[in-house]
Design a protein around this ligand. Structure first.
Ligand code: 3AM
Length: 170
């Protein structure tokens, strides 16, 4: 099972992010992320056997996340594979601590590999036709979080669908 751990936005923010995805799509083309799939990835684990996924789900259910608020103020892009995202203007120590805490537990168990860089972001478009972000509206959004989710990514001919397997304590 292809798994990752992420924050998922509260409903009002999800809706607002969906509107921004529409604006970005009109400007940059590509594939707009469905609203229900919007998330902030903290740790991509890759393929995990079912038995280990069940252990992981139990671990996630017991996790207590320090509540935080993440400020999103800028558009960004990743050249490959044409990702347009929104994220913070600078580093976010609280998210870095949360991500670091996850990897300190996951990596010794052989669950995925800690990435060299962590750029917190919400992907709005994939395979964008242009990554010229000029003219997109300015952003000033806050994301209050106190929970994370273990999510399965199911890939089929229509792209990736996500299924939540476990939610941390809240
Ligand atoms: O949060 P975003 O959309 O940036 O791109 C994938 C998505 O990130 C990323 O994990 C999230 C859930 O699928 N992802 C997929 N394959 C990956 C890989 N091999 C990966 N991240 C790192 N390494």
């Amino acid at each position: 099972m292809r798994l990752f751990i992420a924050l998922t936005p509260p409903p009002e923010l999800r809706e607002r992010l969906g509107e921004l995805a529409d604006v970005a799509h009109a400007r940059c083309g590509g594939r707009r992320m469905p609203e229900e799939s919007l998330h902030l990835t903290l740790a991509f684990l890759g393929n995990v056997e079912e038995v280990r996924a069940a252990e992981l789900a139990a671990w996630v259910q017991d996790l207590v996340v320090t509540p935080g608020e993440w400020q999103m103020q800028r558009w960004g892009s990743f050249q490959r594979p044409g990702i347009v995202w929104i994220g913070g203007r600078g580093r976010d120590p609280a998210l870095e601590r949360l991500q670091g805490r996850l990897w300190s537990a996951l990596e010794p168990c052989g669950l995925g590999t800690r990435p060299a860089r962590f750029i917190p972001h919400v992907t709005l478009l994939r395979r964008a036709v242009t990554l010229d972000l000029e003219g997109l509206p300015s952003i000033d959004l806050a994301w209050s979080y106190n929970q994370l989710e273990l999510i399965e990514s199911i890939i089929d001919e229509r792209g990736a669908r996500y299924r939540t397997l476990a939610v941390s304590q809240g």
